[in-house]
Ligand binder design. Sequence first.
Ligand code: CA
Length: 231
Amino acid sequence: MNKLLILVVEDDTPVRSLITTTLKAQDYRFIVALNGNEAVMETASHNPDIILLDLGLPDIDGVEVIRRIRSWSNVPIIVISARSEDSDKIDALDAGADDYLTKPFSVDELLARLRVTKRRLALIQSSGQSAIFVNGHLRIDYASGCAYLSDVELHLTPIEYKLLCLLAQNTGKVLTHKFITQSVWGSSWENDVVSLRVFMATLRKKLEKEPGSPKYIQTHVGIGYRMLKIE
Ligand code: CA
C-alpha cells in the first residue's frame, strides 16, 4: 500500500510543527494548509487520504470547511479543537467529521487516532456495500436481519438491531447522540438521548463479554458512540 497523504490544517505554528514532526517520524506523507480556504483548495487539488483539521481557523470556521469538503468528498476528517469548544466538536461530527482530538494532545493520541482512521479507510475500501458485516466475532447478516457473536445468534430487539447496524455501517467513526437518535427514532429530544443510553446498555450486555470494558462499542462521554474495528 502506498504511503498515506495527510493534509494538516492548523494555523497555530507550534501545534502544526508537533503534528508534522510526528508524521515525518512515522513516514507519513503530508501537506499543510494554514487556513480554511487553503484547506478546501488543497483537498480539491491533492486528494489527501486523511485530513487533520483545526476547528479555530483565521478565515472560515472549521465546521464550514467540513461542510464544503463533504459536498464532494468522503475523505476521513479528524478535527482538532480546544477543550472549551465541545459544542463545536459535536457540530463538526454532525457536519461529517469522523473523529476528534482535543488540545492539548499527545503524540501517542495523534498516532492512535490515525491508526483508527487507517483501519476505517481499509474497511471502506474492502467492504463496500456488502450484505454481510464482520468485525471480530460479530457478524451481521443484513438480508436476514440477524446478528451473531461467535456464530451464536444475538437476540436483539428491533431498536437494538437498528443501533447495532448504524454503528456497524459507520465503524471507526464517532456518531453523535443527535445523529444516532435522529437515525433510529427520527427525532432528537432530551428523552431520546436518555432512551439511547438505556438501549445502548442492553445492547452491550448482549454484545460485549465485559460490558464494563467494552471492545466493540466505545463511549464518548457527552458526545456519542463509535464501533471500533477489531484487528
Ligand atoms: Ca487555530
